[in-house]
Design a protein around this ligand. Sequence first.
Ligand code: OOG
Ligand code: NI
Length: 464
Amino acid sequence: MPSTFVSTDCIRSLFTEAMSQMYRTEVPQYGTLIELVADVNAGVLARNPKLRERLDRAGELDRIDVERHGAIRLGTADELFTIRRLFAVMGMQAVGYYDLSVAGVPVHSTCFRPVDQAALNVNPFRVFTSLLRLELIDDRGLRAEAQTILAKRQIYTSRAIALIERHEQNGGLTEAEATEFVAEALETFRWHGEATVSAPTYRRLHDAHRLIADVVSFKGPHINHLTPRTLDIDEVQRRMPERGITPKAIIEGPPRRDCDILLRQTSFKALEEPIAFADEAGKTLGTHTARFGEIEQRGVALTKKGRALYDRLLASVRSEVQVGAAGTKANDYDCELAERFKSLPDSWDALRRDELAFFHYSATPAGIAAAAEGELPPDLELLIAKRYLAFDPLVYEDFLPVSAAGIFQSNLGSDQQENYATRSNRTVFEEALGAAVQDDLKLYAERQSSSFDFAMKTLGIVGL
Ligand code: OOG
Ligand code: NI
């Protein structure tokens, strides 16, 4: 790559920053959430100098409050195809397939994110990207109408497309091109207060499913939330009302633990925003509810075995306690969650030994010194016990379908929980995408084993 090209990591960071600024202006309550998160994070760091030191060493201190993910909902296969190419300019690839129809949301989704360790370290920003499944609308007339409306829109600027093509042809963008690309790409994610449909059409789409109205009625797939990282999600959840923010009833994902696993997330309820319908008079006003703010706290990625245990425990909690629409039983849910998850080991060492989680291995200075003295024991547990080999949790970089469904539902109102009697349709999704989605478990396993191989090489140990 000629040095005149800006790195994809750099373009991703520029884009994250631009999107954050735009969303704060568009949704002032999101700015309030960011301030609360910054306060809570500062408090945690002040009380916990060790954590502060660790984050500082990892180079994470400066960008603690930077957004970790966002989400959009697309309407057509073509839109998905082009978004893959757009995200590639920022070094983001499709990982994982999520079928949300099982939870009554007529979409299937993937996560666009950086995949290699170095890129994740620079900026792990990801976008949960959903594609509407119009085939799940029963009313054929409405389905055809929605298709016609979507076929007419162009969600990318022509300059954005030209720059995507330039990136594909030349293998990168210059600094001037990158700056222009970020501004042009941002247009796709912008909010438009003017619907492209009339009030009656909006109503019919909305009655079929609120999400269908959200995808079909507008010029583009407005970013519907951004999500910064918090160091104490329970504290932010507790303090949201102090700042006039209404949180959803429960925190999705695993309970609070010493060793964080997977992903915990919560959001504030979507806001009712004024919109103008495209009627003949061009003046009919209404409201639309779609955009919100969210926070996340990530832990270690689980292996297939660990994930199976997580899924089983979570399912058992959810079948025992169902949180009501108005948040009833939220406390019971939290207690049950904490109780049942006691059977998932809560120490890094147990998670490692039981092969429940993925780790990054490294040779320690002591290990390197001992290796220089002579042969080291070719025994994994011994190397670890003697602190010749260190292991650090690999952060979970993906999403959780049950949690995502909870986030969707909380922001669509809880009156539409029907499940669609349909199979997931990954093949159709990948055809639209124009690529296969990557297997997240495989990515974690590869990172774990390459770190292990490198550590063994450093220690001069063969055949372990
Ligand atoms: C996406 C919801 C999923 C998450 O954090 O699980 C999501 C959406 O509402 O479009 O962002
Ligand atoms: Ni989210």
